[in-house]
Design a protein around this ligand. Structure first.
Ligand code: RIB
Ligand code: CA
Length: 325
């Protein structure tokens, strides 16, 4: 099967780092054009450094990283360090990355890659605030031609919010960017809290990842254990929700998710409900159903996929090391 060509836009971020580890390990299934980073969970300098660090752990030096927007389109920055630790990577040991990000800006990379792409050939995976993509769409609407879809983690309907009573963090952090993306006319596959709250890092699942024993698997287990230890993530027996790997898991095994067509509007004015995603499943004139909303997820299946992908990549690395002896 031909690999999916993807651009991954993220704000690592503990769960972004797990998402990147899964994406980097899925060598045959994903053709990663590049990683773009954005200010979100922590500042842009840290999200960029963190993406380069996870790239090092995954031994994928050939995949370029591009630093992006350092603040939202209009609003003041809202970080989420309380969920991700001061470094943005929880309790993971921090070293200087072996190689730095590219000199060109993330938005320039997104625009040039999508303008050069075959029609509907690239999936843009976004797991942070949507600032980079909104700026790219505003600068060059023609990039929509190269997009197959935008697969994003963001929003909430049945679950309520996680940063305010009515908003999920990625949308809340840059609501104007989110409104531009949902309103772009592109096909959006949205993995909000309704789905990601069904994907839980139970202690048994974390132990199974740790038992793989490779550097990426040990890093993922450390990241998940950090999240599980945060009182804000609820009782550890249930495990913390694993948000950002969901769009990648969908690309690899779409059967793990239940999707429903809808129209999504984003609140960009009200201080009370800023960043709320109004998800309309009913067919309403003038409200195109360009969004597929994830209403359900097979949490056990997502963790099986994560474990199998990391284990297969570990076996590949061990075999390559053996051949090199
Ligand atoms: O609400 C969860 C989202 O906010 C995830 O992308 C997490 O990394 C934070 O950015
Ligand atoms: Ca994120």
């Amino acid at each position: 099967m031909r690999p999916h060509r993807v651009i991954v836009d993220c704000d690592p971020g503990v769960d972004d780092a797990v998402m990147l580890s899964l994406a980097f390990a899925a060598r045959d299934a994903l053709d990663i054009a590049g990683i773009t980073t954005v200010a979100g969970n922590v500042g842009a300098a840290l999200t960029t450094r963190n993406a380069c660090l996870i790239r090092d752990i995954a031994s994928r030096p050939e995949i370029p990283v591009f630093a992006g927007c350092v603040r939202p389109l209009r609003r003041a920055s809202v970080e989420a360090g309380h969920f991700h630790g001061e470094s943005g990577l929880g309790s993971l040991p921090i070293a200087a990355p072996r190689s730095a990000a590219e000199s060109s800006h993330a938005v320039d990379f997104i625009v040039s890659t999508l303008l050069d792409a075959e029609p509907a050939s690239v999936t843009l995976v976004a797991t942070g605030p949507l600032t980079n993509l909104a700026v790219a769409l505003g600068r060059e609407p023609e990039i929509r031609r190269g997009l197959r879809e935008i697969a994003l983690m963001g929003g909430a309907r049945n679950e309520g919010g996680n940063i305010t009573a009515s908003a999920e963090y990625n949308i809340y952090a840059d609501p104007d960017a989110a409104a531009a993306v949902f309103g772009s006319g592109c096909t959006v596959v949205a993995f909000g809290l309704d789905a990601t709250h069904q994907v839980r890092a139970t202690p048994e699942r974390v132990a199974a990842i740790r038992a793989i024993g490779s550097p990426p698997a040990l890093a993922v287990a450390e990241l998940l254990a950090f999240s599980n230890a945060l009182p804000a993530n609820g009782p550890s027996a249930q495990g913390s929700p694993l948000h950002d790997p969901c769009p990648i898991a969908w690309l690899l095994r779409p059967e793990l998710f239940r999707l429903q067509p809808c129209h999504v509007d984003v609140e960009t004015g009200s201080p009370l409900t800023l960043g709320h995603t109004a998800v309309e499943f009913r067919a309403v004139a003038g409200r195109p159903q360009n969004v597929l909303w994830a209403t359900g997820a097979d949490g056990a299946g997502v963790f099986r996929l994560l474990g199998e992908t990391l284990a297969a990549d570990a076996a590949r690395a061990a075999s390559a090391a053996h051949r090199a002896l």
